[in-house]
Design a protein around this ligand. Sequence first.
Ligand code: SF4
Length: 529
Amino acid sequence: MICPDPPIPATGVRRKARAIPALIKGRRRQTPAEYSPEGDCENHRKCAKTFIYFSPMGIRMPRIYLGKIPLRWCDTCHTPVLSGTCACGAPARPVAVTPPGDARPAFPDDVDRVNRVFCEHFGAPLIPEGHLSLLNKVPADDRMDEIVLGGAVVGAIRYIPGEQRWEPLPRPNAAAFLRPTKRYVVVDGGAIPSIRDGGASVLAPGLLSIDPAVAEGDEVFILTEAGECIGVGRAKVDAAVATAMERGLVVRTRRNVSSACVPGEATWEDAVAANERILAEYEAASIQFVRDVAEKNPERPTVSYSGGKDSLATLLIVLKALGPVPLLFADTGLEFPETCENVEAVAERYGLEVLRVCDEAAFWSEFERSGPPAVDNRWCCRVCKLHPLGRLIDEHFGECLSFIGQRKYESVRRMQSRRVWRNDRVPQQLSAAPIQQWTAMHVWLYIFREKAPYNRLYERGLDRIGCFMCPSSDLATFALIRESCPELSEMWLAKLAGWQEKQGLPRDWVERGLWRKRGGADEEEDSYN
Ligand code: SF4
């Protein structure tokens, strides 16, 4: 539900009214916020051209462009639109998400998590019922997801591994959806223009009241006496200190580029309808690609099916282009039970043969020799996927053509990859990527349109499906897995602890997830969808 009412500053600690001093002799009188030094916004402006930006935490992060970001919004239908015009005929405006901009729908568990995090911090949920919201993963130390609502980025949630918690990072547009009852400051009318229009920080002379719960380092909303949100920022002092201060910085304002935000209810069926034309175009182009590749290559066509959304979209395209084909499922033995269930459900729905290969024993004997796989040493792909798959193809086909759910928006390597290729380790398999140009939103809208049975793990907050202990996962994902699959998680932690002890490694090698990185060369070229 949207909260249109103004916030309740009366519950804050009220400061006594005082005149705003002219601090700089001989110059015009300034409002308090103008005294603050330049903040992140200035750095952002300087560095934007060099493809570096500052995260909401002020951390230098690279901007990674993997392709044009097609995400737009229709303010009439209140849905994401992946082209310039919505199916309703209204123009769709761009949504300024952070690159690479591979946003995805927020599923009910995601919405619950975001709302829980905002409720705990600000006393109110962010995402109202009935509104479509998206999550856009952005570069961060571990995991940070921008939240798109009403066609604007209204904030983000960031995982802090050391504290095992999510932190909310609102933007001013969040105030269109929530009324903070905790962690806000109220500023004097004289300070409003410089804070709202100039991104100036909140200084003690301009502070009227501050919620007593505010602690140093907290994210806060900056409000007027009438309850209008004029900015957001990070408190530099506790509420008790702020109330006693005569001068100095209270809140470092975070300046954001303003963007339109139009709240309104819609369903995912509405979003599919709004994108009907663009989905039909992408579908037709991918079907044509599959037919062209199959026509030029006589090998037996198959689909490499992993139980993830991208291989599901690929399968749907291939079924329309060529009809039924066998599914190749390289089961590492470390798959989630839901993934194996999805493979079965998909095979049953579309009447397909599954050629499954599983060499779990090979994984554990390699583990005994080399320790766990790492993001820069993914021997697991070679041992549990590529080699067994090569044997499977030898046995059934000799050679085959496999359609794979690779997309360029997934990583730099995949963006640079050819659309038809042979992996050196499985030369008997010609691979092709029909959905190379699709974003995650194309994939999801297409899956919704086709009412295809997708892996239920996506509804539990996972955005990529792989092995449950994949070293490419961030610690936020491991925390989610620990909640929903405690037994798998415990088993893996015990194995890691065994290796740590055997090798005399420090305790935090397991606790801080240091096992995930070795410091060697990236082996992503060996990965297999
Ligand atoms: S999903 Fe992760 S753990 Fe599994 S084989 Fe691939 S890289 Fe290894």
